[in-house]
Ligand binder design. Structure first.
Ligand code: ZN
Length: 909
């Protein structure tokens, strides 16, 4: 007898959505489709009447290809932008670039072999500009490749004329408020790059320095101390001894006068034991105790010069180390400078820009580099009998972050922005910001509290000039009207005008000044700190181009507490009296799989561009979503592999869902919630819960929670619901209530899954959405996030226990398969021997248990015990007796002459 094939009577899944992502090749096609569609513009158009949500982009520095850190940053931003645009906001994204500064000057001389000495400044700056724009083009393509959507054709760039004009106007406002001043001050100075450095440009590394103990001979002790007394000081920078102008003591610190051999020394009392040991003193005699305030006003002679200097009082003195008496050189230290100002000391600095000692330091030291000067000073002190001890001392010391060479503190004439005047306002504003993570508040507050004035001038070429002039008498002119005039020129011609035009062409016509009787003026040659460039972006790239102030959100790496978060806050409060951001999110750094820093020499660098072009940007994005980004995160090929595996599961699930709604129309075939089966309702409730939790997680920037919730849900539905749903979807009549119920649930799950995943996997969801039947929009990005429905969740009662029971049944089936009692689970008959509690539960739930467990027969027995012992049930699994239906493979009591069961017979009639 010829057997009939029933294959074509089954409703097998149908979709062309490919199993394999092939993202490396496909994503560029998807980008082209977005471009053809003007997707970003359509999103903006759709949301134009909605409330703005401004994520203000911190500008990356335009130099070199993007690395994993850049990719992490831009992708996190894209998550937020896409989520907000799908959640009732209008969230434009204007990317920016930071373009001035030393690295580009260096890149030109290094990689482009430009000899700047042969060029006019303005020509050199044009080359810098061209270089920066080239770099922007490279980075822009790489950022776009990651799927980041925004105004890539209209970014803000700090070298653009209108941006520079905005920046100069922020400067003007600060001048008007009296916050800008010129002064001599010790600043971090890098002899290796011959420039002042911002705190953000400092790195700390261990170095070995000479640690010396020096006796400074007393001159006038106001009859309180015997003759032949010395004040004992300690320093690790002997080259600053020539600039010593005072010794600072703590007012309430107790000092002791000790006699060793024939000399008397003043030292901190609590340090005496340690010093005795260190200096190898034998039996020093404590002569008298004396407080710091009693020492104030005494004098001593400089050990190397005929110079008399005072003992002064300062709050910064401690007895933690040293001698309790602090060598004070106001030209070479921040604390020294501050205390020196109080006592009217000179800001004396006999060191030039190259780090060489100047002639005023004396013949013996002149021309020596500070390090070499150390040695010579030590020798001189030794020869004079002032050196009591010298050791090698390893300590953490500031270095230039670019050249990696040690920096010095050196007094130079600089422009400053006063922080002190607005510090309280800034600290108050910090309290209004919402911080992610929460410690950001304390971190930034402490940095602001410790911050002195902000040195905003740099002795370089590639940057925005400080719009100041000097008269014939060298007085500085900082006049708001003049600055506005300059800003207008910059707005039209760019800041290179400063280097092309003469001073008189940059001053308002007819400008006069009493200190310039001949009408001769000189331009300032310093440029602004690049942190002032990017730190004013809330004007240049927000307020002045029509967006609100403050922004809703800043997201950058945790190094920006020192950098952009900090400088933006200062200029923001200085000009607007308000923090420029309402919410601040910071992310960590990317380490390798073992938690080590990535570096080319270690060979552990993971390149996001390579991942995007091979595995796909969506894989990298999924990795970003998977990590707790607010701390430092790990990235390696094997971690990417794990994420790829998750991706594959998500994609397969999407394909299965798509495949089973090919003949379903959500408008006409949808089954009302009340009419759904219990399990359908239960799964729909789980989906509703997922929506709620994921939206909450997005609102709190917890993308790893989004990732975890979604991947858990995918596992849940594919291992439970979708597994047994096949028996209904493939076999039952197309429009049976059972089948339509499952399709109703599947459609809802698919619809919400694609939307919820859309910010994270924009390529995959955009692609999958194209395969949805009856789609409502041109792209999923044009839809809104799914809403949390108000569903009757009493359906969930008892389901947790039921899922435990299911686990037991699955294990019992697994055992039976291993013992070869059954093959497929459809061969099985399951007999449950439940405890009364479970029996009641099953009665209450009233489920088609055979179908849920995907077996042919299920029996509940009130008596006896099964071989498998579960928690609240014992179970027997036996081979189902009867005939196997040719169509649905269930084992049934009877089949018809065509070999199919009654259920199937009814379906195919
Ligand atoms: Zn059948």
């Amino acid at each position: 007898m010829e057997k009939k094939s029933y294959k074509e009577t089954l409703l097998m899944p149908q979709t062309d959505f490919p199993m394999r992502g092939n993202l490396g090749n496909k994503e560029p096609e998807i980008h082209q489709a977005w471009k053809d569609l003007s997707l970003y513009e359509l999103v903006m158009e759709k949301n134009k009447t909605k409330k703005h949500y401004i994520l203000h982009d911190g500008p990356p520095y335009a130099n070199g290809s993007i690395h994993a850190g850049h990719a992490l940053n831009k992708i996190l931003k894209d998550f937020v932008i896409r989520y907000k645009n799908m959640s009732g906001f209008c969230a434009p994204y204007v990317p920016g670039w930071d373009t001035h500064g030393l690295p580009i000057e260096n890149a030109l001389s290094k990689s482009k072999k430009v000899n700047r000495k042969e060029l006019e400044l303005s020509d050199f700056r044009e080359l810098c500009k061209a270089y920066a724009l080239e770099q922007i083009d490279i980075q822009r393509e790489q950022f776009k490749r990651l799927g980041v959507l925004g105004e890539w054709d209209n970014p803000y760039i700090t070298l653009e004329a209108k941006y520079e004009a905005s920046q100069v106007r922020v400067f003007k406002e600060m001048v008007e408020k009296g916050l800008i001043y010129k002064g001599l001050k010790p600043v971090y100075w890098s002899p290796s790059s011959e420039t002042a450095l911002a705190e953000a440009e400092i790195e700390y590394h261990d170095i070995v320095s000479p640690s010396i103990y020096v006796a400074m001979p007393a001159v006038d002790t106001m009859n309180k101390l015997p003759k032949n007394t010395s004040f004992l000081i300690w320093t690790t920078t002997p080259w600053t001894i020539p600039a010593n102008l005072a010794i600072t003591v703590g007012s309430d610190i107790e000092y002791v006068l000790v006699k060793h051999k024939n000399c008397h020394y003043v030292v901190g009392k609590s340090l005496l034991a340690k010093l005795t040991d260190l200096l190898g003193w034998s039996n020093p005699v404590e002569v008298q105790n004396i407080f710091g305030w009693e020492l104030e006003g005494m004098t001593y002679k400089h050990p190397l010069y005929e110079r008399i200097s005072p003992i002064i009082i300062g709050d910064h003195v401690t007895v933690e180390d040293g001698t309790g008496l602090v060598h004070t050189a106001p030209g070479h230290g921040e604390d020294d400078f501050v205390v020196g100002q109080k006592y009217g000391l000179d800001v004396y600095c006999p060191v030039d820009s190259k780090g060489l000692m100047m002639e005023e330091a004396g013949e013996r030291f002149a021309g020596l580099y500070v390090d070499d000067c150390n040695e010579e000073v030590v020798k001189a002190l030794f020869e004079g009998g002032y050196l009591l001890a010298k050791f090698d001392f390893t300590h953490s010391y500031p270095h230039d972050w670019r050249t990696q060479k040690p920096v010095i503190f050196r007094a130079t004439s600089q422009w400053f922005a006063s922080i002190e005047a607005i510090k309280d306002d800034i600290l108050k504003e910090i309290q209004t910001v919402k911080w992610y993570p929460a410690w950001g508040d304390v971190r930034l507050s402490n940095m602001i509290k410790d911050r002195g004035s902000w040195c905003i001038s740099r002795q370089r070429t590639w940057g925005v000039p400080i719009p100041a002039f000097y008269t014939e008498k060298d007085t500085a002119i900082l006049d708001p009207n003049v600055i506005e005039y300059v800003a207008n020129i910059f707005e039209k011609e760019g800041s290179n005008a400063w280097f092309i035009k003469e001073a008189n062409e940059l001053l308002p016509p007819g400008y006069t000044h009493p200190d310039s009787p001949n009408g001769i003026f000189r331009k300032e040659t310093d440029i602004m700190d690049v942190w002032f460039d990017s730190g004013t972006s809330h004007h240049g790239a927000m307020k002045d181009i029509g967006y609100n102030y403050p922004a809703d959100l800043y997201i950058e790496g945790s190094d920006q507490y020192r950098g952009w978060f900090n400088s933006s806050l200062i200029t923001g409060v200085a000009t607007e009296g308000k923090s420029p951001y309402k919410t601040l999110v910071s992310h960590g750094f990317i380490l390798d799989g073992e938690g080590k820093k990535m570096s080319k020499s270690m060979g552990n660098v993971v390149d996001p561009n390579k991942i995007a072009n091979t595995l796909g940007a969506d894989i990298f994005r999924l990795w970003v979503a998977s990590v707790d980004y607010q701390a430092d995160v790990r990235l390696s090929d094997s971690l990417i592999k794990q994420v790829s595996e998750s991706y594959r599961k998500i994609r397969n699930t999407i394909k299965f869902l798509l495949g089973n709604i090919f003949d379903y129309n959500d408008k006409t075939d949808k089954v009302a919630f009340e009419k759904l089966g219990k399990i359908d309702k239960y799964v729909l409730l789980k989906n509703n819960e997922l929506i709620k939790e994921v939206l909450q997680a997005y609102d709190e920037f917890e993308f790893d929670v989004v990732y975890r919730k979604i991947t858990n849900f995918v596992t849940f539905i594919s291992s439970f619901y979708l597994d047994f749903a096949k028996d209904v979807l493939y076999i039952e009549k197309a429009d049976s209530l059972n089948r339509r119920s499952i399709q109703t649930v599947i459609y809802k799950i698919l619809d919400s899954l694609l939307k919820l995943l859309s910010p994270i996997l924009p390529h995959t969801t955009s692609e999958a959405y194209n395969y949805m039947p009856n789609k409502e929009a041109k792209d999923i990005y044009l839809l809104d996030m799914p809403e949390v429905e108000d569903l009757d969740n009493s359906v969930e009662d008892g389901f947790d226990e039921f899922m435990d029971l299911r686990e037991d049944v699955l294990k019992a089936l697994e055992n039976a398969r291993n013992e070869k009692i059954i093959g497929k689970s459809l061969n099985a008959k399951v007999i449950l021997y439940p405890k009364p509690r479970i029996e009641n539960l099953l009665e209450k739930l009233d489920l088609n248990l055979a179908q849920v467990f995907i077996v042919s027969e299920l029996e509940i027995s009130k008596e006896g015990f099964g071989a498998y012992k579960g928690q609240d049930v014992t179970i027997d699994v036996v081979k189902a007796e009867g005939h196997t239906c040719e169509r649905c493979w269930q084992v049934v009591k009877e089949v018809n002459e065509d070999g199919i069961c009654e259920r199937c017979e009814n379906v195919i009639i």
